[in-house]
Write a protein that binds this ligand. Sequence first.
Ligand SMILES: NC(=O)c1ccc[n+]([C@@H]2O[C@H](COP(=O)([O-])OP(=O)(O)OC[C@H]3O[C@@H](n4cnc5c(N)ncnc54)[C@H](OP(=O)(O)O)[C@@H]3O)[C@@H](O)[C@H]2O)c1
Length: 223
Amino acid sequence: MDIKGCIAVVTGTSSGIGLHTAELLLEKGAIVYGLNRRESPVGHENFRWIKTDLSRPEEIAQAFGMVRRADSPIDILVNNAGAGVFGDVEKITLAGWQRAIGVNLTAAFLCTKEVVPVMKERKKGMIVNIASIAGKRGFKGGSAYSAAKFGIAGFSESIMEELRPLGIRVSCIFPGSVDTAFFSGTFLNPAKLMDPREVARIIVSAIEIPDGILPDQIVIRPT
Ligand SMILES: NC(=O)c1ccc[n+]([C@@H]2O[C@H](COP(=O)([O-])OP(=O)(O)OC[C@H]3O[C@@H](n4cnc5c(N)ncnc54)[C@H](OP(=O)(O)O)[C@@H]3O)[C@@H](O)[C@H]2O)c1
């Protein structure tokens, strides 16, 4: 897809992978809407932050309503926002579990529902879901997070099959550990970390692949 002139919505653009993805999309000529709670430190004239708590369905609906009123139809959706909820299963509270599933999975479902009808009408569009290696294998302390990331992997594969015949591409990215604020305040301390700019470059490259080709799953690991 040629990114120039596209309307993109990226969730979680206040830091990390989402911030760099938004910046790269802007560099390539897209108009980008960033949905997150904290203000995004993006200084580009074609960037618009819509303050959104993605754990609140009504705020997601309001945000997409604003995009629809302000601009032409959405071409690209990147479901990137994520919440790291870690700990042994008996220590995870129901609220923590619901936060993990809510932000990592339910928000992606709701954002997808907002864009699919118009993408179907136009027979074009791209949805990129950011899963994790934790969406391919579980690990100690990862029950809530892994459940959410396995969930988004299954969600992605299903909508990929649903939408592929209609000209809409769905891609699921499975990064290993990335050098962002994600691990701060957790017991996790990965030995090797990837640069979030490079991960963003891979996400944007997947979008740029010509429309006739569908990169449905991309697994990225540190060497
Ligand atoms: N870092 C890694 O090693 C790694 C590895 C594999 C996959 N991932 C995935 O990559 C994605 C991005 O993570 P990151 O590493 O870039 O971490 P990050 O720097 O902590 O960014 C997380 C983003 O998610 C947003 N977010 C969290 N809860 C939200 C909520 N309730 N409503 C709206 N936005 C919310 C945050 O925005 P606000 O706080 O401003 O709301 C922030 O912009 C996540 O899905 C994560 O699971 C990360």
